[in-house]
Design a binder for this molecule. Structure first.
Ligand SMILES: C[S@@+](CC[C@H](N)C(=O)[O-])C[C@H]1O[C@@H](n2cnc3c(N)ncnc32)[C@H](O)[C@@H]1O
Length: 460
């Protein structure tokens, strides 16, 4: 280790040093310390001794790259993907699957301890994905021009908007992956390059999105700078032969960071594909939100049903309902189920699926959750059971306030961000609720993303 000099950080760019990793960070990083100074090294694990080269250093922390593992953790394994840690899609492939699951359980435990206090509630073991590979039924590859006038499929690099050319993705559903790659090959046949704001501002093609259902149907969306892709009609039979059940073009003239534009035009096949999960058929538009692993989505649905246990007398609200993943099975068992969602496309899917399933007691409101809750118990029915699945930012305090006014008996809080979950649970515990149980469902194996369900009931 270099001598600690008062005028410089404990580590500087280019330094090579030995480090003991004592914790796991939130992404792919193991965390080591030089005194109080923190060093993050991607691809390392707690308990390991590593040789690292510092790649950046600030006053508070440094980042290093892994040169050699000097002493391995027992949970280390070969990543099984040649792009790992250059591609940003996975962060935990170097850690065996049981350890990934334990790590998610521990992170949820920290969130629960933060809210309820240490030792108050032990969270349940994480529900594994079986198998942990091939779970991503939505695949998005971005297009880049090659030096030989071809196109190559890319993912974003780890922590960067830059693109990394990709040839394999074991995390993706094989059908979706093969169709995405074959589509890129077919797009070579058209005289349109990929759009690149710096080097190819007149290029037309941006990304290829595939959403595969569990029965093997695939929705293919080509994202382009213009509403039309000249010559596409001639490619349709080949794309269908490659597995595209439905084909659409999304027109996106927007920023590089933005995947989709507002308009999607159907080219072939239906505009929504059916997905059967348990006793419900969902109808999915390829550009609307739907959970990426259908298998784990069903586990989530069953866990929410187990906790809320709706019966023929219950009125249920499903806040942030997307395409009705929870609302529809809740409606099948309840007197009435309302979904609230501000994405009009998702609400259209949910309404179409309610009709398809013959669920007349499922209704959907297109709007803002806090605003809608203000009306509950006034000109709209008062729910006695509530499912909530907010985005990463968690709940607006107004939602907690309204829940305290409406006093539903049980809440099923689904979260994809343990930090905001911990914050919101604390507020809900202060608003008259008790935490009954919590568990995570591994929706995103090989990554640090955590999907959790917290079950709360009204006290008193
Ligand atoms: C994590 S997704 C959950 C969707 C659904 N429960 C599922 O599992 O498929 C969160 C949803 O909340 C919606 N949303 C975010 N903020 C909202 C708000 N203030 N009012 C209504 N919907 C909102 C998003 O459009 C998104 O569909």
């Amino acid at each position: 280790m270099p001598p600690l000099d008062a005028k410089r950080h404990p580590a500087a760019r280019g330094d090579e040093l030995e480090l003991t990793i004592d914790a796991m960070g939130s992404g792919p990083d193991g965390v080591g310390h030089l005194g109080d100074y923190v060093v993050f090294v991607p691809g390392t694990l707690p308990g390991e001794r590593v040789w690292t080269r510092i790649t950046s250093a600030t006053r508070k922390f440094a980042r290093g790259e892994l040169l050699e593992v000097l002493a391995e953790a027992p949970e280390r394994r070969a990543p099984g993907c040649q792009h790992y840690l250059r591609c940003g899609g996975c962060q935990r492939r170097h850690q065996d699957y049981p350890a990934q699951l334990r790590d998610k359980q521990a992170r949820l435990q920290r969130a629960v301890d933060h809210a309820a206090g240490p030792g108050v509630l032990a969270v349940q073991p994480t529900v594994p994905a079986r198998p942990p590979h091939g779970q991503r039924h939505k695949v998005v590859v971005h297009l880049r021009n090659t030096r030989t006038n071809g196109l190559e499929p890319c993912f974003h690099r780890l922590r960067s908007p830059e693109l990394e050319a990709i040839t394999e993705c074991p995390a993706s559903d094989p059908l979706a992956w093969d169709l995405a790659l074959e589509t890129v090959r077919r797009l070579h046949d058209l005289p349109h390059g990929a759009w690149d704001p710096d080097f190819a501002p007149h290029g037309l093609l941006r990304s290829v999105l595939v959403r595969a259902t569990t029965n093997g149907a695939c929705h293919l969306v080509l994202v382009a700078r213009q509403p039309e892709i000249p010559g596409l009609q001639e490619l349709v039979p080949a794309l269908q032969a490659a597995g595209a059940t439905a084909i659409a073009v999304n027109h996106n003239p927007g920023e590089f960071s933005q995947l989709l534009g507002p308009h999607t035009e159907r080219i072939a096949g239906p505009s929504r594909l059916p997905e059967q999960l348990g006793d419900t058929t969902y109808l999915i538009s390829p550009t609307a939100f739907f959970q990426t692993s259908p298998q784990q989505a069903l586990v989530l649905v069953e866990s929410v049903l187990d906790w809320l246990r709706p019966s023929a007398n219950d009125v249920v609200a499903d806040l942030f309902c997307g395409g009705g993943l929870l609302t529809l099975p809740l409606a099948r068992r309840a007197k009435l189920a309302f979904g609230v969602e501000w994405n009009a496309l998702a609400v259209g899917d949910a309404r179409a699926a309610a009709e398809h399933n013959g669920l007349r007691n499922a209704t959907f409101h297109s709007g803002d959750v806090p605003t809608w809750l203000l009306r509950c118990g006034r000109d709209l029915p008062r729910p006695n059971l509530v499912a909530l699945d907010p985005p990463r930012a968690g709940l607006d305090p107004a939602v907690v306030r309204e829940l305290a006014r409406l006093r539903p008996q049980r809440l099923a809080y689904v979260s994809c961000e343990p930090e905001t979950l911990g914050r919101d649970l604390r507020l809900l515990l202060g608003a008259g609720y008790r935490l009954h149980s919590a568990l995570s469902i591994d929706m995103f194996p090989e990554t640090a993303h955590l999907e959790a369900l917290a079950c709360l009931e009204r006290t008193g």
